[in-house]
Structures are given as structure tokens and as C-alpha cells.
Design a protein around this ligand. Structure first.
Ligand code: GYE
Length: 310
């Protein structure tokens, strides 16, 4: 993908509005689609876009934000890789009078005035949806005790923490039936998902795991590679729950290799650019914007054309 690994400037010279965008990396199909969404929406709106890709490094995101401040962009948009450690640089942006929009991930701060708005998913809800699916499935198959492994996204990132919290909130009510036997860090990467699944199978054996809750499709697809090479009947019955909804995952759901796909849309660009326009026009904007999302599962009619990945 052009412009994904360094600074990119489109239309910056002529555009009256320039957006500085710090993307956190290119770790998943979700992220690639999100980057494209931002590029296309900026173009559509006629805004200049300065983009820096941080390759999963918080320091690089902080450097990028500082360079946007120095350049005096009109609005800074960034996708915070982790939740904490942003206050200083955001204070600098505030002092320079440059509004900041958080896109895709949230931060933890005592001072909400450090950003104008958050545009992105409600990760708690996503985790809850995963849990609600599992309860429904357990009821349907009459399961008495399910041993769950969780393959987690980037440690301390908002989607990792809140998907975990939402899931636990729902299934944690019934400790008899739902036991999380392990939670491992897969960093939202397919390669790590593979590695995690291999280790989990070694540790518990194919008969020792009933459910895999994976925080994104990339890791799930990695885990599936391993499961499908494992010559054990038990892996066929494992209940696989994933989050995102990329095409490959939805296809795997249709093929019966995944049981539930909780949606998380990467197409946030248009909503972000709309807010940029409103900020520039001096309008009041909402602090939080959640896109509408749902879930697909083996309870649905999967031949319905609405069951579709991005
Ligand atoms: O689920 C994952 C990506 O922050 C919502 O990051 C995003 C997550 C998404 O790597 O695939």
C-alpha cells in the first residue's frame, strides 16, 4: 500500500484544510482498510492529508504528532496504540490551538479537554456481543462446562482491554459453565495468533480447549491455520469467536470454520472528515461517535447477502 510506511502528503499545498494523521501501524487487514478509508475520505472532502505510519511504536506516534504541531496542521487525527502516555504531547497540541480527534482507539486521561472527539467502536459492546453469543451457543448445545482460551490484542490497547472486560462481564456471571483457562498476548498479528495457538495446543492438548475467543480476525486466521493442521477430532468442535469482520473471516464463518464474527468497522474516514469540517466551521461536535455494529454467527442465515465482510 503506497504511503503506508512513511510520510505521505496528498493535496496539502492547495487544500485549505490540512489534517495530520498518525496511523499506528499496518498490523492487520482491518488497519489497511482503515488507512484506505481515511485517505479516500480526505480526498473526497478536499482536505490535505499528512499521514505518518508508526509501525506499532508509541514513540513514533508521539514524534508524528509533534511534527504535525510544528507544521501547524488544522486538525490532528490519531489512532492511539495504547491507552496511556499521551497527556504531554496532547497538552502541546492544545497549547498550539490544534484540535485533536481520536480515531479508532481511545485513551485514558484525567483531562478530557485534551481531545475534541472520539470516533470509533464501542469495544465493551463488542466484547459483550462475543459473550452473549457464547451463552446462546452453550445453551443450544447443552454445554455444562466450557474451557475458554483468549487470544488478546495489543496489551494495554483500548480494544484489547475493553473486549476482554465486555466478554468477562457477560460470561463471568456463570463461573460453573464458563472458565477462562488462559489469556495470551497475540498483539493483533496473524503470525502471533499462529504462535499462540500452537503453544496453547501444546499446553492443554486439543481436548483441553473448548472455546477460542480471539480479539481480531488476523489472529483468528493464524490460529485456524494451526488448528486445521492439527490431526485431532476435538479441534473440529472448538467454538471460535472473532472480532472485526474482514472478508476472509466472514468466508470462514460461512465455511463453518468460525462460529461467530463480531463486527468492528474500519470505515471511519467519512465520519472523521465530517467532524474535521464541523470543527473548522466552528460547530459544536459530539464527544463520542460510535458506528453501528452487530455480529454474524452460525445462528444466522449465512446465505443472506447482508452477511458480508470488508
Ligand atoms: O480490531 C484490529 C486492529 O483498533 C479496532 O486493531 C482496532 C483493532 C482491530 O489491529 O484488527
Amino acid at each position: 500500500l503506497s504511503g503506508c510506511d512513511g510520510k505521505q502528503e496528498t493535496g496539502g499545498d492547495k487544500a485549505s484544510v490540512v489534517v495530520g494523521f498518525s496511523q499506528l501501524g499496518a498490523e492487520s487487514s482491518w488497519r489497511i482498510a482503515n488507512t484506505v478509508s481515511m485517505e479516500e475520505a480526505a480526498k473526497e472532502a478536499g482536505f490535505g492529508l499528512m499521514m505518518e505510519n508508526a509501525n506499532q511504536k508509541q514513540e513514533k506516534q508521539i514524534d508524528a504528532i509533534r511534527s504535525f504541531i510544528a507544521y501547524r496542521v488544522d486538525v490532528i487525527v490519531f489512532s492511539p496504540i495504547v491507552q496511556t502516555g499521551w497527556d504531554n504531547v496532547l497538552q502541546e497540541a492544545k497549547q498550539a490551538g490544534i484540535p485533536v480527534i481520536l480515531m479508532d482507539r481511545t485513551i485514558k486521561t484525567e483531562d478530557d479537554s485534551l481531545y475534541k472527539a472520539y470516533v470509533g467502536a464501542n469495544f465493551m459492546e463488542e466484547g459483550r456481543r462475543a459473550g452473549e453469543y457464547l451463552i446462546r451457543k452453550a445453551d443450544a448445545i447443552g454445554a455444562e462446562h466450557l474451557r475458554i482460551v483468549e487470544i488478546c490484542g495489543t496489551t494495554d490497547s483500548a480494544p484489547m482491554q475493553d473486549r476482554q472486560r465486555g466478554f468477562l462481564e457477560v460470561i463471568g456471571q456463570d463461573k460453573e459453565r464458563f472458565e477462562i483457562i488462559d489469556s495470551v498476548d497475540g498483539d493483533f498479528l496473524q503470525s502471533k495468533g499462529e504462535e499462540c495457538m500452537r503453544e496453547l495446543l501444546q499446553k492443554y492438548g486439543p481436548d483441553g480447549i473448548d472455546v477460542v475467543f480471539s480479539h481480531n480476525d488476523a489472529m483468528t486466521l493464524g490460529a485456524l491455520n494451526v488448528l486445521e493442521k492439527t490431526d485431532a477430532a476435538a479441534t473440529k468442535d472448538m467454538i471460535i469467536i472473532t472480532v472485526d469482520g474482514e472478508k476472509a473471516a466472514v468466508d470462514a464463518l460461512k465455511a463453518g470454520r468460525i462460529n461467530c464474527v463480531v463486527q468492528c468497522t474500519p470505515h471511519l474516514g467519512p465520519s472523521v472528515m465530517k467532524l474535521v469540517g464541523e470543527i473548522k466551521a466552528g460547530k459544536d461536535i459530539p464527544k463520542v461517535y460510535y458506528p453501528e455494529e452487530g455480529a454474524f454467527s452460525d445462528f444466522d442465515d449465512l446465505s443472506d447477502p447482508a452477511v458480508e465482510g470488508f
